[in-house]
Structures are given as C-alpha cells and as structure tokens.
Design a binder for this molecule. Structure first.
Ligand code: HEM
Length: 433
C-alpha cells in the first residue's frame, strides 16, 4: 500500500485554489462535506490552497486518529491576527498539554459550575424579562449569543467584558472578516473596521485583567501560571471567543427545532412543569435530573452542530481503512456529515430526541456523535456549555411559546460556527404561569 493522497476518492482539484470553487458552489464547507461524503464515501479527499485534506466520516476510522494532537496551521491561519503570543488553536503539543490542564481545571469543575449557577439563572431571567416586557419578534442568535457572552464572562472573568453587544459583534465580525480573507470572500468590516474591533476586544481584556474581581477561577489560575502576559491575554481571548456564541447558537437551533416540532416541545414542557411546579428556573440539582431536556439538547446539537468541523494534521503516514494517508495531510472531522450519516442515524434529518435514550444509544459507535470534538484537543468548555445550554433552554421554554415568523427562511451558514444566515426570528408569547 503506497501513501498516495491522490488514490483516495474525491473531486478533481483545479490549480491554484484546489476545490475552493466547489466549496463556494456548495454553499460552504459544511454543505460541501455533506455532498463530498454522499458522492465519494466515508474517506474522501479535497484540496484547499496549499493544503491536501482527507475528510473522514466513518466513526470507526476516526477512532484510529483519537490520539493525534497536532492541528493544521494553514486551516486555522485566519485566527492568527487575534493572538499576540502564537495561535492557540495550533500551538504544539508541548505547550498545549499544560495549557489544556489549566483550562480543564478552570472550566470543567462541577463545583464551580454549581457556584455560578445562580448568576447564570439571574442573567437568563433578565433576558426573559426583557422579552416578556417587549413582546413580539426576537432575533434568537443575536440575543442568545449576547447572553452566552455574559455567562462565560461571569464564569471565567467574574463579570462583564465591556458592552456585551459590542464585544459580541466585534468577535462575530472579526471571525467573518479573517475567514473571508483566507477564502477570498468580500470584506465584512474592512481593514480599519477589523483593526478597531480587535483593539476594542484587546483593551477590554486588558482592563479586566488589571482590575481584580471576585469569583473568577480562570483569572486567578492564569495569574499563578507564570505564563507571559501576552499568553495570558490570548488565553482569556480564546476562552471568551470560544464561549461567547457557541452555547447561544446551540440554544437557538434547539428553539428552532422545538418551534417546528410542537409535539416534542409539549413533551419538554410537561417535564419542566412537573419538575419545577410553579417556579420559573430549575436548581442545579434539578437541571441534572431533567432527562428529556438533555436528550433535546443532544439531538439539537446532532442536527445542527454549533462547531461543524474539527481538524488534525498527520505527522506520520496513517492507515485509514483501505488507504494509506501520507504524513503532512490535514485530517478533517466533518462533524455535521458524521451526525447525518444514515448508517448510524436512520432518517438523519428527523428531529428525534429519543435517539439518545440509553437503549437507542446502545451499540452506536462512540465517535458517531462528536459535537465537542474528541481526543487531546477536544473542547475544554464542553461540561460548562452543557450546563449553560440546558439552563437557558429550560428557562426560556418554561416561560414562552415560540412561533416561527411567517416567511422567514432559516438557512445554516458556516462561519467557523454554524449560524443561521439571517438569524432565527421568532415571535415569543409568555406562557400562563
Ligand atoms: C455548544 C457549545 C460548544 C461547542 C459545540 C463547542 C465545540 C468545540 C469543538 C468542535 C472544538 C474543536 C474540538 C476538536 O478539535 O476536537 C472546540 C474547541 C474548543 N472549545 Fe468549544 N464548544 C462549545 C463551547 C465552548 C465553551 C463554552 C468554551 C469555553 C468556555 C469552549 C472552549 C473551547 C476551547 C478552548 C477549544 C480549543 C481546544 C484545544 O485546542 O485544546 N467551547 N469546541
């Protein structure tokens, strides 16, 4: 077996941009990968400028890659301008291992989640009160990404980070701008706009680090880390960037699915009403006992994974099924395509939370479902995100009926995260207590 990238099935690349035009024609990397695997099978190749990619949509084959730490630099190059001390998405294993240890200690601690739970509930209730007072139509992704920014700042920094609206817009625009530059798309905010947004984000982070606050495990741990100040600032930036939109986007997709599946929404409400009685927010303990809520969240992240892909780079040749993939290849984990693979998810488009009962999940390969990635570079915020998402959804579904706005079309687009192109617009109607 020879290590030949071109022996792997895939579309014909056209120099110098490889398959960039095919990706644009498909509507983005997320939809391109669905078509790629439908046409070429579970292991398929394609080419980005200067990068040979092999995309793997078979969970059993993914298991073979589970120890790889290295991320491909070219693919994440667009994030480099954000960092002062090196791109944290792609730092090498030696630096990454202690960095991950600190993040897991700061973000993955259940006692710490419990300690911040009352503040999370207060911030979520504030948004619900605002919706109830204003009534009518809301833009879910805008409001919920601002709320998740507030939650992550409360948790990781002990309070607000500048104006939530401005910070959230700055991150969104910076990612769209840098990603667009990498793939030759039209500018979103221009050179000056990007410089201004980055300066705003950096300044607010510096302000937070210079003003001691109570209740921030992350800032305290960073202060004791002995790391250079630029790496500390970069770490705060990456945590805020990774956490500001993902949880809110997950909740908005879940609400979209619930609003279009009234029977499932009714079953979730029944569970919430029976556990909460007359109260509007669950306790931390109650949240853990809401089984159907958990299944709804998992199924929503299967149907619309907020992070639609992950990637690694091969340091050595690797046997993947029938192929020997050469060293230097970028391995893509096409999370959306994996979550819609009919071999493991019958009728994959159907929204059915009961796919996640213990009985239904039995025998399903571990890596058939990977919303938070896997292996040594999996998401350090996963456990925290699940608490945030379940709490936001519980409070909002307990308090409101959500009705899709007639004529508003919801189209997923990939901008590093799976957003809806024109947001998800809903009419919110307070439920009778
Ligand atoms: C719905 C919520 C979220 C989803 C779906 C999500 C998904 C992901 C995915 C797919 C990756 C790449 C994993 C891989 O390469 O195997 C990732 C990485 C990461 N996520 Fe999340 N994430 C979420 C929320 C969060 C939150 C709330 C935080 C921080 C508080 C966070 C922090 C990170 C960090 C720091 C990384 C980089 C991991 C590394 O390179 O070691 N994420 N996330």
């Amino acid at each position: 077996m020879s290590a030949e990238w071109s022996s792997i099935p895939g579309p014909v690349p056209s120099p110098p941009d490889g398959n960039v035009a095919d990706i644009a024609a498909a509507g983005g990397l997320h939809t391109f990968q669905l078509e790629l695997h439908e046409r070429h099978g579970p292991v398929a190749r394609f080419e980005l400028p200067g990068t040979r990619v092999v995309s793997v949509a078979d969970p059993e084959l993914l298991a073979v890659t589970a120890r790889i730490n290295r991320r491909p630099e070219e693919l994440f190059e667009f994030l480099s301008p954000l960092f002062e001390a090196g791109n944290l998405q792609t730092i090498g294993e030696r630096e990454h291992v202690p960095w991950r240890r600190l993040l897991l200690a700061a973000l993955g601690n259940h006692r710490s989640h419990e300690a911040h739970f009352a503040a999370f509930a207060r911030l979520t209730t504030q948004l619900a009160d605002r919706w109830a007072a204003a009534g009518g139509e809301v833009a879910l992704q805008q409001d919920l990404s601002e709320l998740s920014l507030r939650l992550i700042c409360e948790f990781a920094l002990g309070g607000e980070l500048g104006s939530a609206r401005r910070t959230s817009a700055a991150f969104r625009d910076l990612i769209a701008e840098y990603l667009g530059r990498q793939y030759g798309l039209p500018s979103v905010i221009g050179e000056d706009g990007a410089a201004e947004a980055l300066a705003y984000v950096r300044q607010t982070i510096t302000d937070v680090l210079e003003t001691p606050r109570q209740g921030s495990g992350l800032v305290g741990m960073l202060a004791e880390s002995g790391w250079e100040p630029a790496r500390i600032r970069d770490t705060v930036l990456v945590v805020v960037m990774a956490g500001y939109h993902t949880s809110g986007v997950a909740v908005s997709w879940a609400l979209h699915l619930l609003a279009t599946h009234p029977d499932i929404a009714a079953r979730l409400r029944e569970e919430l009403d029976s556990v909460l009685g007359g109260r509007m927010t669950p306790t931390y303990e109650e949240l853990r006992s809401l089984d159907y809520l958990e299944r709804v969240v998992k199924e929503a992240m299967r149907r619309y994974p907020p992070g639609p892909y992950a990637a690694r780079e091969l340091a050595e040749d690797l046997v993947l099924g029938d192929y020997l993939v050469p060293a230097g290849t970028t391995l893509m984990y096409p999370i959306w395509a994996l979550h819609l693979n009919p071999a493991h998810w019958p009728e994959p488009e159907r929204f059915d939370p009961d796919r996640f009962t213990p009985e239904a999940a039995e025998g399903r390969p571990k890596f058939a479902y990977i919303p938070f990635g896997f292996g040594p570079r999996s998401c350090e915020g996963a456990a925290l995100a699940m608490v945030e998402i379940k709490l936001m959804l519980a409070v909002l579904v307990r308090r409101f009926e959500f009705t899709p706005v007639p004529g508003h079309v919801v189209t997923p687009v990939e901008r590093f995260v799976l957003w809806a192109r024109d947001d998800i617009r809903m009419t919110v109607t307070p439920r009778q207590p």
